[in-house]
Design a binder for this molecule. Sequence first.
Ligand SMILES: [Zn+2]
Length: 445
Amino acid sequence: MCRFAGPVAVQCLFVVFTAMAAAGVSRHPVIVVMSFDGFRPDYIRPDVTPHMARFRDASASPPYMRSVFPTKTFVNHFTMATGMYSETHGVLDNYMFDKDYKRMHYTYEQFHYDDSVVPIWIQNENNGDGRYSGVMMWSGSEFAYQNKYPTYIQIYNHSMPWTNRIDTIMSWIKDKNKPANLVYAYFEEPDNTSHLKGVNAQETINQIVRADATLKYILDQIKHEQLENKINLIILSDHGMDTVTYDRMIHLDNYVSNTTYKSVISGPNAFIHPNPNKFDEVYKNLSKVVNTSRTFNVFKQDELPDRWHMKNNTRLKNIIYLLAKPEYAFWNKYFELILSGTTKEKFKVGAHGYDNEEPLMRAIFMASGPAFKKNYSAVQFNNVDIYPLISRIAGLTEPSRPIDGTIKGVEQLLSPQPVGAAPVSTSPVLGILSALLLHAIARSL
Ligand SMILES: [Zn+2]
């Protein structure tokens, strides 16, 4: 207790003030990004997702956010972590070829096409001054970048309850010694269930409701900790979801001899690596199928559309790329497995990876907190711009490697108040203490 008046009281109050701040949260703006995999904008309905509907209306939110191509999970999560297109960061799909044309899935090599590419959770810590990052199951977060890891990592663990994930995030933010000012958190639904059961299945709707309940849970925690005016909460997704029935499955083996090439196929996307001296033959045969079936498109590397920002990448060397048209997909073992539990007539699965201009591939975005405008209907933007948005709020320096995203499309979301300036008091107690401190200073002058 401080029983002194005058300058000693000032000192005393200052000690109390700094002690409270140390036990609280970061003095930097705090940003929490939560991604619900495969969550489509039209899933938000006041009767199904009341909390998300309310949160969206009260926050800065566009009708949708545009994903990068291909509209796949690792690709888009790594884009949102690096501010780069797939051709720049090199993650071209969840499943792809490694340098020896072997199948690669979630490996160090996959996320290290270029060692100068650094996720924002590392850039945040590189900026120092008490900045700490926490990453919960986000694609690529288990790997070191330039030999560095974020302060807090929870590796992917499907069985960890979502409320526990939120509790962990809150503990990172409230850590006495190293309070996190930046958190990236991943939730694997409704993607997982909609792949297996289709978009309209009750099981998928249950997962959409679960996401809504999880948003309510973190909002309750933030309120309980009196951090509503401190935490900037961003809810987003990586891509949308389409529906494919059995009659729209493309069986490549029926058209092109699978002894002439190796392939990595996932849903509507396929990398084809022809055997030596077979490139032209395989390409010609596939082009014939394209012309007769009209169910997919075939591309040599230099034929990929510029707007996909995928073609300028050495991982496409000696590759023929296939993309199915909406509602179609390439048959593979994953679908075989699903078919073993149902009939061809009832077979209905979710798929994504299509052209990022397809309306069903659109993602969600909504942001609320001191950095953002309230009740703001924004214009849609690209998810490659998430990095510059967060960088601006966190007050980070430009990364040494230029990024593809720009602040232009997302600046509209920010409240006119300068962000990253004065720390916001974290509770009424702190508010009273700072008022007392100012009063004491004024008296002692
Ligand atoms: Zn996904």
